[in-house]
Design a protein around this ligand. Structure first.
Ligand code: ADP
Ligand code: ZN
Length: 288
């Protein structure tokens, strides 16, 4: 039988487990809500117990410890989600599946990897992936490796200059009006009084959204110099944002440095909601 690899897209709301080929073809998958770790891991084991896989790649909600020199490598660290604080995710998987290689990164990185290998960024070497959903997450894939320092970047929490006259305080519990606090789905909802998908495409909210996300793109450009910036997540389903973000990013950069054409530089995901699970299989496949 052909070699199979596995993946887990471990989100704060739901888990998706997948098995498939090393080149990303999905053979079987299951999804279930994220409950307490005991129940959730029982569901994970029930799925993978059926398969003989060589590698399982995990893309997890966080914050997580991805520093291989750390005593708590493989742990979910300071999450407010009940039961998951200091949960040794990689340890639990290694105990259940001795001999299987367990790979570990953030849910954002793994979706970025999917886009890098098989989505909108295919063929590019330096790929910055940004998700604007329940939060704002940033992952940088460089030549197949995830950029990290002491730990994973948290580029959603950068602090922007304010839109003139915008008094909205933002909803990030740590920073109020960071990019996440101003632009993620809950911020849209707090500002507008209803969920983003219910707003008109020309609602003023989208002008604020683009103003702040363009600053994020300009900052990611000057700090990382990626070949491409790929946006995913529920809020970015508002396609009208893209042209506004492109235009304002170019204005902010003001000709200071070369970038690709904005239409090719700031793009929407190619794999849609499959970016994470495809990313798991492809990353696992590259680590066989
Ligand atoms: P998560 O970040 O939890 O993985 P999503 O990327 O689906 O999940 O993001 C969910 C957020 O995106 C919610 O706050 C939701 O209101 C918002 N959202 C989902 N669809 C749309 C849409 N079409 N337009 C605007 N916002 C949306
Ligand atoms: Zn913040």
């Amino acid at each position: 039988m052909a070699t199979l690899v596995g993946g887990i897209e471990a989100g704060g709301t739901k888990f998706v487990c997948v098995v498939g080929t090393p080149d990303g073809e999905i053979k079987d998958s299951v999804r279930f809500p994220t409950e307490a770790p005991e129940q959730t891991m029982a569901n994970v084991f029930k799925f993978f117990d059926q398969y003989d896989v060589k590698v399982i790649a995990i893309g997890s909600f966080g914050p997580i410890d991805i520093n291989e020199d750390s005593a708590t490598y493989g742990y979910i660290t300071s999450t407010p989600k009940p039961g998951w604080t200091n949960f040794d995710f990689v340890g639990a998987m290694e105990k259940q599946y001795p001999g299987v290689k367990i790979l570990w990164t953030t849910d954002v990185n793994i979706a970025g990897y999917g886009e890098y290998k098989a989505g909108a960024a295919k063929g590019h070497k330096n790929v910055l992936y940004v998700t604007v959903g329940t939060g704002v997450g940033v992952g940088y894939v460089q030549d197949g490796k995830f950029f990290q320092g002491f730990s994973h970047p948290e580029g959603g929490h950068m602090l922007p200059r304010r839109y003139p006259g915008d008094e909205f305080k933002g909803v990030c519990p740590y920073h109020g009006s960071c990019i996440e606090g101003l632009t993620a789905g809950p911020a849209v909802e707090a500002r507008a009084g209803k969920k983003g998908h219910l707003l008109a495409v020309d609602d003023k909210v989208w002008d604020y959204e683009a103003f702040y996300l363009a600053q994020a793109c300009a900052t990611y450009t000057v700090t990382f110099r990626p070949d491409i910036i790929v946006f995913g997540g529920g809020v970015m389903k508002q396609e009208q944002l893209f042209d506004k973000i492109r235009k304002q990013t170019a204005e902010l950069l003001n000709g200071y440095l070369d970038t690709p054409n904005m239409e090719d530089y700031i793009v929407h995901v190619g794999l849609g909601d499959d970016a994470g699970i495809k990313g798991c299989l492809l990353w696992a496949g590259d680590n066989l």
